[in-house]
Design a protein around this ligand. Structure first.
Ligand code: 5AD
Ligand code: SF4
Ligand code: FES
Length: 349
């Protein structure tokens, strides 16, 4: 099949073989524009022009894991660590809702300081006091904990699988396994969360074949949300001598993901915006329909340093809210005013 035929098939059937995905991942020049346009059409047809905002509260940068690319890894002793108290987290959520956010994302490293009860308390307090959806993004925990938090009112859970190549996964994540990660994604679905995963683009030894397996895994896991971005090299990690991931490859991956998962929520991520000032805009024109601004307040923003030169660390949440609003409007799109739940959940799927 030539490129036009593959795109036609993808737009009609939302299914492709691995070989076809690899071919799309290798497109360049004029063909690339066709790929982005096809993804944009599918986004418009299934998700409309609304762009949903999710306000991220980065409440702790402690992490017990040691992922080789990440600045929060436990062996990075150069990073100043912080933890917000439960009351502070709730108060930041309240301020985010006052800025119009209808989803708060509670994000941290893997930090067991926040035990089952504490996270449950935070969820209940937010749900009692304000009108917002809650997304958790706090890593690998036990089934029972995920269950308690779901019952307390958490709506969604994000946990990227990072790479679908088990060997590469193992090399980059000491003491962790891809199998365990995927098991958790299945638990979360079973518990009724709207589940998001995603990958990193530009990992060492990762090629188009490998990324095609990531995309097929998104499809197999039947995700409600897919968040992905390029690797941004952090000089305080073992990957310090490696190079950044490709913005273009990340955009292609977003576009193909949109073609195959037409109803997924897909963000234009901060990593994309950090490597390319137009990164998030380009993503929104290539299949993405979500943006996740940082709503953390005070001195903590620069300390959640997964990678250097992260955008918005010197801004106030108010500025980001305004900035992102103008970006969305300038693209002829509309800021979402409802929760922006997965359309599949709303249909009772
Ligand atoms: N560059 C880009 N993304 C990173 N993440 C962690 N470190 C980096 C980095 N150096 C991503 C991982 C993780 C998410 C919270 O941040 O994919 O899942
Ligand atoms: Fe911790 Fe997540 Fe960073 Fe890994 S990617 S070190 S789990 S914060
Ligand atoms: Fe933070 Fe633009 S979104 S300054």
């Amino acid at each position: 099949m030539n490129l036009d035929e593959i795109l036609l098939k993808a737009e009609r059937e939302h299914a492709l073989t691995r070989g076809e995905i690899v071919k799309l991942l290798k497109t360049r020049g004029e063909d690339l524009k066709k790929l982005y346009k096809a993804a944009d059409r599918v986004r418009s047809k299934y998700m409309g022009d609304t762009v949903y905002l999710r306000g991220i509260i980065e409440f702790s940068n402690y992490c017990k894991q040691n992922c080789k690319y990440c600045g929060l890894r436990r062996d990075n002793h150069r990073l100043e660590r912080y933890r917000l108290q439960p009351e502070e987290i709730v108060s930041m959520a309240e301020k985010a809702t006052k800025l119009g956010y209808k989803t708060v994302v509670l994000q941290s490293g893997e930090d067991d300081y926040y035990d089952t009860d504490m996270v449950e308390w935070i969820i209940r307090e937010i749900k009692n006091r304000m009108d917002t959806a809650i997304t958790l993004c706090i890593g690998e925990r036990e089934y029972e904990e995920y269950k308690v938090w779901r019952e307390a009112g958490a709506d969604r859970y994000l946990i990227r699988h990072e790479t679908a190549d088990p060997g590469l996964y193992h090399r980059l994540h000491p003491g962790m396994s891809l199998e365990q990660r995927i098991e958790r994604l299945r638990w979360l679905k079973e518990l009724g969360y709207q589940v998001g995963s995603g990958n990193l683009i530009g990992l060492p030894d990762q090629d188009e074949e490998s990324i095609s397996r990531d995309i097929l895994l998104f499809k197999e896991l039947d995700l409600h949300m897919v968040g992905l971005g390029p690797l941004v090299v952090n000089p305080d990690t073992p990957l310090k001598d490696y190079h950044n991931g490709s913005v273009e490859m990340a955009l292609k991956t977003i576009a193909i993901t949109r073609l195959l998962l037409p109803l997924a929520h897909i963000p234009g991520t901060t990593a994309l915006g950090s490597l390319d000032p137009e990164g998030r805009q380009k993503a929104l024109k290539a299949g993405a329909n979500v943006v996740m601004p940082n709503v953390t307040r005070g001195k903590y923003r620069p300390l959640y340093e997964l990678y250097p030169a992260k955008i918005c660390v010197d801004e106030e949440p108010e500025n980001c809210r305004q900035c992102i609003g103008s970006i969305i409007t300038s693209l002829g799109r509309v800021v979402g005013t409802d929760y922006g739940h997965s359309p599949r959940i709303e249909k009772g799927e």
